[in-house]
Design a protein around this ligand. Sequence first.
Ligand code: ZN
Ligand code: ZN
Length: 418
Amino acid sequence: MSNSAHQAMLTKYAEAIVKVGLNVRAGQRLIISLMATRGVPLQFAPLVREVAKAAYGVGAKYVEVIWGDEEMLRLRAQYAPKDSFDEYPTYMVDAIMQMINNGDALLSISGADPDLLGGLDPEVVGMMQKKQLTAASSVGEKVTTNAINWCVVAAAGEAWAKKVFPKLSPEKAQAELWRAIFETTRIDQPDPIAAWQKHIDAMKARAQILQARQFDALHYKAEGTDFTLGLPNGHRWISAQSLAQNGVIFTANMPTEEVFTLPDRNRADGVVSATFPLSYGGTLIENFQVTFENGRITNVTAKQGEAALKKLVDTDEGSHRLGEVALVPASSPIAQRGHLFYNTLFDENASCHLAIGRAYRFTLTGGEELNDEEFSAAGGNVSLNHVDFMIGSPKMDIDGIRKDGKREPVMRNGEWAL
Ligand code: ZN
Ligand code: ZN
């Protein structure tokens, strides 16, 4: 793609992010950041600037960016004294919280190096991640209660592109990853905004069907998986769009192919096998199985990365339990690409998945008003983590189980059966 053609695609992408993703309102402010790498990597400046233009185009009052440098994180993990990882400047969280408390919009641009902290002392990496999660928990809470219109999108970072397409030259890999992003976010279609509207309507219809069924549990069956997961009273099936507490309807993820809801933190039993590797904290966890009893993880095994998986589960009590159950057909356009993205935003939209850790308050009717204890009592999970792992495949069958024990096929061979 020529430079000017790429620029034109970036412009269309930014317009969709602002109009469909965030749905920025006239007079709103917008803050762009990426908590995980303490700021948006400078290499994403071309996209950030297009987003700013598009935001001002719809009447945004002010656009702020928190820039970061991935390399600084790695340097710290490598060279800083071992007893120094309690340091965590709060200005970044404060800036984001100020905007959130003012009802402004929040955009996160993912696409940084997935192996940034790979090969480094796992103790140090673990300490840094926990500190980061703790420090940013106020932002996490606002996001999981949809306090404001927020959105996560991706940009084709150099290192990420090389990981996704290792056989291509760095330039070709980056171009190919941009192509994948534009394709899966419908930016390559003649009218991306109209294409999104159609997609959103179809997803909404699917969520409404599931909502009307009021299933009490789901039963998953596939090779290496025999698993029953309870759904609490008041669970809400969510698809692409949500209504934020500031009154704005927004689309939190681009791309998005999932319909998801709240699992009961105390009702998960059996074994699930992951069908995709999980990239977590710079480590690739592969061929793993998770065993549950009464909602709690009692055992994990992995052919590769087992220590990292155990560390994730041991983060806190909530990391022993589930916070999200999502259904994605095996024919999802992201699955059809046939490769891993090493990025949750894409990989979770390729397959049915579960999330270890924190549940989204908005997946429970009235959940936004509950404190942690009340949310837990209603079946919701509270944790520092929220880590999706993929369990779907073209061989998976899922039944919905109603309160009276009657079963109904929800998915057959990885496709919708309702
Ligand atoms: Zn999900
Ligand atoms: Zn998730």
